[in-house]
Ligand binder design. Structure first.
Ligand code: MTE
Length: 899
C-alpha cells in the first residue's frame, strides 16, 4: 500500500488549494565571505557558517517507495527523484544532472548516486555500533573489531575529508550508443561528493601487523550476491600512503551513513573508481596477490578496445590480466549548463553572454589544471575558469573539528574532489556555432581524448563532452549526448536513428568528402539470435500470467517467452531483476540494459512464442512504470512512463478533438501544476515508430480520475505530410493506451501573481498572453487559474490568432472569463480568414497587433525585470515574429516566456 510522501502531499495541497509550495530553506553555504574558521563554532555550527562549503539542506527520505516495497530493499527509504538505471532492483541510480549540479560541491545523501550489485544488508538501529569486521590474512595479529571499539580505540585519529566518488560507468550511455557494452547506461550523474568521517585504513592495518609478503588489502562487504559477497582489493602500499587518503568511514555529511551508502561502515578510496570503496564492510584481508573475489575479476576493467563482449566471455584470461584492471580515475568533465533541451532566446543585444558551466575531475589525487572549450570542433580553444571548492578546506585551521573528526586537509596536496568550471560565451558566438565541447587536463598532463575508447565493459568513458546547438527560429536549443537509462533523447540517439555513423571521427555528422565514411564504418554487428532452434510452442497470455511468480518467472522479450527460473541464482543483478519482469513484456528494458553476451545466453531459456493476440493484450495492459500501483495518489511521474486508456473522444470540429483518458483510479489526480506540460508517447500505427510530444491538458488540475487533452489533428495534405502524433492519436480506438510522463516545462503559476521560472520566483501584476491555434492550451490553464480565484488580482490580456472562427479553441470558455471579469481579463481574437459576420480583429499577429496589445512596459530609467510577463505559445512562425517585434518594441528577453 502506497503511503503519501511529503512531496506528494505538498503537490496535492498546492493543486487543490492553489497554495504556493513551501519555500525551500536555502542558506547559501557556498558563500565564502570572509568569516574565519576561528569565528565559527564548528561542532553544530551555532554561529556563522565557516569559509568552506557545508552540505546542502538535506531532506532524508522517510517513506518506502511503492516501487521498492516488493523487493529485498523494502526497508530502505529513498528519494523518488533518482533515475533508476537497472529497473526496479538492484538499486542503481543517478540524480538528474541539473539537480546534482545545483546541489553544489557537496551532494546530499539522498541524491548521491548509488551503485548496488544486490540487496542492501539490513542493520537494526539498535545494533548499529555492534557491527563487526575482521582484519585477517597475512598479518601477525589478526583481530575482529566492532564499530563502537573502532570509534573509541581510534578516537584520536578520526578525520573528516571531502571526497568525490565516481562510478567507473559514469557516462557509459555514450559507449552503449556506439555499441552495447556489458554495462548499463549511466549518464554523466554517476558522480557525487560528501564529507566522509572515519579513520585512516592504514591505522587499522598497522594494528594487525602485516607480514612482509602482504602486498594487497582485500575488502569484503556483507551483501551476498549470486557470485559470493562483493569484494575487491587495493595495494597495501596505497593504503599506507597518507596522500592517498584511504579510510574507513561511518559518517557522510555529518550523519551516519544511509543504508544505500554502506551503513554502518564502508571503505572510502579517494581518487579511485567507486567500485573499490566497499560498502557494508565485514573483512579486510591482507594477501600476496590481488583479490580473487568474483566481482574483482569480472568487473571494473577496461579491456583492449578490439575485445568484444563475446570474445571476453570466451577467454577468461582477459579478466585475470591485472594490466586491464582499473584503479585511479581518468580525467573527465561534462557540461551541466546549458542543460539538455534548455532553450535560449537569441539576444538582440550584442554584449549578452551565457555562462557555460560544468564539472571536471582527475584521478589518483591529481588536480585538474585546465578546462578548455571549443566551439569549432577543436580547431580553437578557450580557457575556462576553474574553481576548486576543496581548497577552502585546506585553508581551515589545523585542528578544526568537523562532525567529530579533525578536518584533515591543511597539509594535503592531493585533490580528491571534483572542481567546477565556467566560461562566459557571447550568445552571438553560441548562435554561430554548431556545438560546444569541453575537455580537461590534469597535472600529469592527462588530457581527455577526442575519440571514445570503446571497451567491452564500457567503463571510464571520457571523450570530449559535446552538446549540440540547434537554431530554431529565434532561439537556440541545446542537446546533450544522451539521457540516462532508457530515457530517450540526445544527439547520439538522433544521429544513429538518422543513419549517421557515430564513429566516423566527426560525431556521426556527414562530412562530405572530408572523410571516407566507408573506411571508418565500424564492424556491422549481426543481430544476436536469442531464440532456440526447434522451439515451436505457442504460449497464450493466461499461461504466461500463471508464471508471474517468484518460483518460476516467465517473461517476454520481442514476442518470445523465456523461463528465467534456471538463471535466478546466477543473474548478476540478483533474482529480483528477473522476478520484477515476470509476466511482463520487458523488451525495452532488456534490450537497453543487457550486453551482447547476455543476449546470446537467452536462447537457453527460450521456451516458446507468445501468440499474436496475447502479445497485443500484453502490450495494452503493460505500463512502463514499474512502480505503477492502483493506490498512487498522483498519476504523473517525472521519471517513468505510465499508461492510461482512452476513455472517450469528443469531436469538437473537423480537425479538433478532446481525448479523455482514464487514470488508474477514481481518486487519482493527474499531478500537473498549472503552467507545466506533460509528455505523451504512442506508437505510430503506420510505421510502428515511437512518437513523443508535449501537451497541456485542458481538464482541471483538481479533477480526479481523468485527464482531457485538446488536440488539433494535422492531416496529410497534398503539399505536406501531417502530424505524426496527432494522426496517430486520431486513429487510437477507445480503450487504446497512451503513455504519459511529466511534469515538464520551466514555468509554473503558483497563484496570486506568483510564478516560478526554472525554479526562480517572481511576482507579476499583469500577463500578456500571445497564442495561435492549439498554443492556447497552456495559456488557458494559467488564465483559468487566475480567473477562478476571485482574490487573484493579476490582469490578463489574451491575443489569440486563428484562421477561421470555428478554429478558435475554447472560445466560449475564454469569452466567459472576459465577460465575468471585465476589470482583469481582456480577450482579443484575430482571424486571417474572417467570415462576414465576424466582429473581432482581423489579420495576422504581427507588428500592429503586438504594438497595441504589448506596448513597452518600462519607464525611461527602468532596470531589471518588469512586473508584466508575456507568455507566448504557438506555431514556430508566430513565436519568431512575436520575439522579433516585441524585442523591437523594447521588451527584454527576461520578460518574454516562450512555452
Ligand atoms: N560495496 C558493496 N559491498 N557492494 C556493492 O555493490 N558497489 C561498488 C562500491 N562498493 C558496491 C560496493 C561500486 S561499483 C561503487 S561505484 C560504489 O560502491 C558506489 O558507492 P555509493 O553507492 O555509495 O555511491
Amino acid at each position: 500500500m502506497h503511503s503519501i510522501t511529503e512531496d506528494e502531499k505538498d503537490i496535492i495541497k498546492r493543486l487543490t488549494a492553489r497554495l504556493p509550495p513551501t519555500p525551500p530553506a536555502e542558506p547559501d553555504w557556498s558563500d565564502t565571505s570572509s568569516i574565519s574558521n576561528e569565528e565559527a563554532e564548528l561542532d553544530g555550527f551555532t554561529q556563522k557558517p565557516p569559509a568552506f562549503p557545508l552540505p546542502p539542506p538535506t531532506n532524508p527520505p522517510q517513506e518506502i517507495l511503492d516501487i521498492d516495497s516488493k523487493t529485498p530493499d523494502a526497508h530502505v527509504p529513498r528519494d523518488a527523484r533518482l533515475i533508476r538505471l537497472t529497473g526496479v532492483h538492484p538499486f542503481n541510480v543517478e540524480a538528474p544532472l541539473t539537480d546534482l549540479f545545483n546541489e553544489g560541491f557537496l551532494t546530499s545523501p539522498e541524491l548521491f548516486y548509488v551503485r548496488n550489485h544486490g540487496a542492501v544488508p539490513q542493520v537494526e538501529e539498535a545494533s548499529l555500533f555492534d557491527w563487526e569486521f575482521t582484519v585477517e590474512g597475512l598479518v601477525d595479529r589478526p583481530f575482529k573489531i566492532s564499530l563502537r571499539s573502532l570509534m573509541e580505540d581510534y578516537a584520536d585519529q578520526i578525520i573528516t575529508v571531502p571526497v568525490t566518488l565516481v562510478c567507473a560507468g559514469n557516462r557509459r550511455k555514450e559507449q552503449n550508443m556506439v555499441r552495447k557494452s556489458k554495462g548499463f547506461s549511466w549518464g554523466p550523474g554517476g558522480v557525487s561528493t560528501a564529507l566522509f568521517t572515519g579513520v585512516p585504513m592504514s591505522a587499522i592495518i598497522a594494528a594487525a601487523k602485516p607480514t612482509r609478503r602482504a602486498r594487497y588489502v582485500c575488502m569484503e562487504g556483507a551483501d551476498k550476491l549470486p557470485n559470493g559477497y562483493y569484494g575487491t582489493s587495493v595495494k597495501r602500499n596505497w593504503v599506507q600512503d597518507p596522500n592517498r587518503g584511504i579510510m574507513l568511514a561511518w559518517k557522510m555529511n555529518g550523519e551516519l551513513l544511509r543504508p544505500d551508502h554502506g551503513r554502518p561502515l564502508r571503505a572510502v578510496i579517494p581518487g579511485q573508481i567507486g567500485g573499490r570503496s566497499v560498502k557494508w564492510l565485514t573483512k579486510l584481508i591482507l594477501t600476496e596477490s590481488p583479490s580473487d573475489n568474483w566481482y574483482h575479476i569480472n568487473d571494473n576493467r577496461v579491456l583492449p578496445t578490439m575485445v568484444s563482449p563475446e570474445e571476453s566471455a570466451a577467454d577468461p584470461s582477459w579478466w585475470t590480466d591485472d594490466r586491464y584492471a582499473i584503479y585511479d580515475l581518468n580525467s573527465n568533465s561534462a557540461i551541466a549548463y546549458p542543460a539538455h533541451d534548455e532553450v535560449l532566446p537569441l539576444s538582440t543585444r550584442a554584449v549578452e553572454t551565457y555562462d557555460v558551466r560544468g564539472y571536471a575531475y582527475g584521478g589518483g589525487g591529481r588536480r585538474i589544471t585546465r578546462v578548455e572549450i571549443t566551439l569549432d570542433k577543436g580547431k580553437t580553444w578557450r580557457l575556462a575558469k576553474i574553481d576548486y571548492p576543496e581548497d577552502r578546506y585546506r585553508e581551515a585551521l589545523e585542528n578544526t573539528n568537523l562532525y567529530g573528526g579533525r578536518l584533515d586537509m591543511f597539509w594535503r596536496e592531493t585533490s580528491f574532489c571534483w572542481c567546477f568550471w565556467s566560461l562566459a560565451i557571447s550568445t552571438d558566438d553560441l548562435a554561430a556555432s554548431a556545438d560546444i565541447m569541453v575537455r580537461c587536463m590534469d597535472e600529469g598532463l592527462a588530457l581527455q581524448p577526442r575519440e571514445m575508447y570503446w571497451s567491452a565493459l564500457g567503463m571510464m568513458n571520457n571523450p570530449w563532452f559535446r552538446i549540440v546547438i540547434h537554431r530554431e527560429n529565434d532561439t537556440m536549443r541545446f542537446e546533450h549526448p544522451t539521457q540516462p537509462a532508457l530515457m530517450p533523447g540526445g544527439w547520439m540517439e538522433r544521429v544513429k536513428k538518422e543513419g549517421g555513423n557515430l564513429v566516423n571521427g566527426f560525431w556521426g555528422e556527414r562530412m562530405g568528402s572530408v572523410v571516407d565514411e566507408e573506411q571508418v564504418m565500424p564492424e556491422i554487428k549481426e543481430d544476436i539470435k536469442m531464440t532456440k532452434d526447434g522451439i515451436d510452442r505457442i504460449i497464450e497470455i493466461d499461461e504466461l500470467r500463471k508464471h508471474d511468480t517468484e518460483e518460476e518467472p516467465w517473461f517476454v522479450v520481442d514476442g518470445e517467452v523465456y523461463n528465467g527460473t534456471a538463471f535466478l541464482k546466477d543473474h548478476p543483478g540478483g533474482a529480483q531483476s528477473i522476478i520484477s519482469a515476470a509476466g511482463l513484456d520487458s523488451t525495452d528494458e532488456f534490450v537497453a540494459i543487457h550486453s551482447e553476451t547476455a543476449k546470446a545466453m537467452m536462447s537457453s531459456y527460450h521456451i516458446g512464442s507468445l501468440s499474436e493476440v496475447s502479445q497485443s493484450i500484453l502490450a495494452e495492459g503493460s505500463s512502463d512504470s514499474s512502480g505503477s500501483n492502483t493506490s498512487r495518489p498522483l498519476f504523473l511521474d517525472a521519471r517513468g512512463w505510465n499508461s492510461a486508456a482512452l476513455h472517450s473522444k469528443k469531436i469538437v470540429s473537423w480537425d479538433t478533438r478532446i481525448f479523455t483518458f482514464q487514470l488508474e483510479h477514481e481518486e487519482q489526480l493527474l499531478g500537473l501544476p498549472v503552467g507545466r506540460h506533460l509528455m505523451m508517447r504512442l506508437k505510430d500505427p503506420d510505421d510502428q515508430q515511437t512518437v513523443v510530444r508535449a501537451y497541456t491538458p485542458i481538464s482541471e488540475q483538481t479533477t480526479p480520475g481523468f485527464v482531457d487533452v485538446l488536440v488539433k489533428v494535422y492531416f496529410d495534405t497534398t503539399e505536406q505530410k501531417g502530424g505524426k502524433m496527432t494522426k496517430a492519436l486520431d486513429q487510437l480506438p477507445v480503450g487504446g493506451r497512451v503513455y504519459f510522463k511529466g511534469p515538464i516545462g520551466k514555468f509554473e503559476y503558483l497563484g496570486k501573481g506568483l510564478c516560478s521560472i526554472n525554479g526562480d520566483r517572481r511576482t507579476v501584476r499583469e500577463f500578456r498572453m500571445i497564442c495561435g491555434g492549439s498554443g492556447i492550451t497552456p495559456i488557458y490553464q494559467v488564465l483559468r487559474a487566475i480567473m477562478q480565484d476571485p482574490n487573484d488580482g493579476t490582469h490578463c490580456t489574451v491575443l489569440d490568432g486563428n484562421r477561421l472562427e470555428e478554429d478558435i479553441l475554447c472560445k466560449d470558455e475564454l469569452d466567459a472569463f472576459a465577460a465575468g471579469n471585465p476589470d482583469r481579463c481582456r480577450i482579443l481574437h484575430t482571424l486571417t480568414k474572417a467570415g462576414d459576420g465576424w466582429q473581432g480583429l482581423t489579420g495576422r499577429i504581427g507588428e500592429n497587433l503586438l504594438a497595441e496589445t504589448c506596448p513597452s512596459p518600462y519607464d525611461d530609467n527602468h532596470e531589471g525585470q518588469s512586473d508584466t510577463l508575456v507568455l507566448i505559445c504557438g506555431p514556430g512562425a508566430l513565436e519568431k515574429t512575436a520575439h522579433k517585434v516585441l524585442t523591437g518594441l523594447g521588451w527584454k528577453d527576461d520578460d518574454l516566456l516562450f512555452f
